[in-house]
Design a protein around this ligand. Structure first.
Ligand SMILES: [Zn+2]
Length: 407
């Protein structure tokens, strides 16, 4: 596999000049020129680690970053990583990447995602209340991004890790991003352990990735006047009938028709309609079978005179990391070291899926408790964040030492 090779800094992104000035992290030079004493990084503005991470999360949350338009938030993350003493660079996909430790060899990748599910015009007024942070995307995944900066400060202040650690802020994790950023990262960077960070879910350890298959069903027909052309086939009617058949055909497997649209006026036979459908399963073969059933049902229920085109929108592979794998054991040990009880181990759908789909060990960690992700009133709690960060620090230390070989 190729090593990660950062793209040259984009000349049209002046804000990134400082962050992207170095193609590769060089610990010795950093020690001379850029390393700040740890107490300096945190003591300058007199903030505790939790306060610092909270302030970063709020600042990042105030920057819109819908999937596909993560640029401004990426720049802000790169600035924070550079201030932390890292040498972040941007890759061609738009990810922000900072490597610590040896230049050669597979790295432990720790990733948080830049993008949110919220459209660019969503009002963003993140705020701190006593004990909590509020804002769309504050936990999913601004807190994860802020934690990357926290980890970068520790890594830059300490001796360089013996085993390479790559911190990455990824594009394209949500919605139709299809893990574009994580895939590009793994294409470019040899990886032997992958950790996705999320703000929510501190007491769950996700060791398996739920696979998903997403498709758009587009119906087109002749259209016409609702009365004058009565009897002509309607794209909306076809969508309703075929959509209902598709839901039934999933047969208990997860199916969500998340978006529908079509038609132009109440008295016009619809010439166009479309639905976006999300299918999920922990088992890839079962997922394929569900997709085949759903596609067959859509086709069978589409009436004569209506054309149906089915476009794939994305495919996240399923996979899992065995409970006895050193990465899972290191995550459990890190929780113990932070005084946290054993986590519930389960499955989710995150950037970790991109690694799991390649047979790489991968987990997803949460940093604190919160609720209402993917809603404008999302919040995360501050009190559980301290131990969450402590567990993350212990895990990063273990990754930097190098996990014991499996088998
Ligand atoms: Zn997320």
């Amino acid at each position: 596999m190729r090593r990660w090779a950062p793209a040259a800094d984009h000349p049209a992104r002046p804000g990134l000049r400082r962050a992207g000035r170095s193609a590769r992290h060089r610990p010795e030079r950093d020690a001379d020129l850029r390393r700040r004493p740890r107490e300096g990084a945190e003591g300058l503005d007199d903030l505790s680690a939790v306060d610092r991470v909270a302030a970063d999360a709020l600042a990042l949350c105030a920057i819109a970053a819908p999937t596909g338009a993560e640029e401004e938030r990426a720049r802000a993350v790169a600035e924070r990583l550079a201030e932390a003493g890292a040498a972040p660079a941007r890759d061609a996909a738009g990810n922000v990447v900072a490597r610590f430790g040896p230049d050669d060899g597979p790295a432990a990748i720790v990733a948080a995602h830049l993008d949110t599910v919220f459209p660019a015009d969503t009002p963003l007024e993140p705020r701190r209340s006593p004990g909590a942070l509020h804002g769309p995307g504050i936990g999913d995944d601004c807190l994860g991004l802020a934690a990357l900066a926290h980890v970068a400060r520790r890594l830059a202040a300490g001796p360089a890790p013996a085993h390479p650690v790559v911190l990455a802020a990824t594009v394209g994790e949500e919605g139709l991003g299809d893990l574009r950023g994580a895939r590009a990262l793994l294409d470019a960077c040899a990886c032997d352990a992958f950790v996705a960070l999320e703000g929510h879910g501190r007491d769950t350890l996700q060791t398996a990735g739920i696979g998903s298959a997403r498709l758009r069903a587009r119906f087109t027909g002749p259209g016409g006047h609702s009365w004058g052309d009565r009897g002509a086939p309607s794209a909306v009617h076809a969508l309703l009938a075929a959509g209902a058949r598709a839901i039934a055909a999933a047969g208990g497997a997860h199916v969500n028709v998340g978006v529908v649209g079509g038609g132009t006026s109440v008295n016009t036979i619809a010439a166009e309609a479309a639905a976006e459908i999300d299918l999920r399963d922990a088992d890839d073969a079962a997922l394929e079978a569900t997709r085949d059933r759903v596609v067959a049902a859509l086709r069978a229920a589409t009436p004569t005179g209506i054309e149906l085109v089915i476009e794939p929108l994305g495919r996240r592979p399923a996979g899992s990391t065995p409970p006895a794998h050193p990465l899972v054991q290191a995550a459990r040990a890190a929780r113990r070291a932070a005084g946290l009880p054993p986590a519930e181990e389960n499955a989710s759908s995150t950037d970790a899926n991109a690694a799991l789909g390649r047979g790489l060990p991968a987990i997803c960690l949460g940093l604190t408790h919160g609720a209402d992700a993917h809603r404008p009133d999302e919040y995360v709690e501050l009190e559980p964040l301290g131990p969450g960060l402590a567990a993350l620090e212990a895990l990063i230390d273990a990754l930097g030492r190098g996990l014991p070989q499996e088998r």
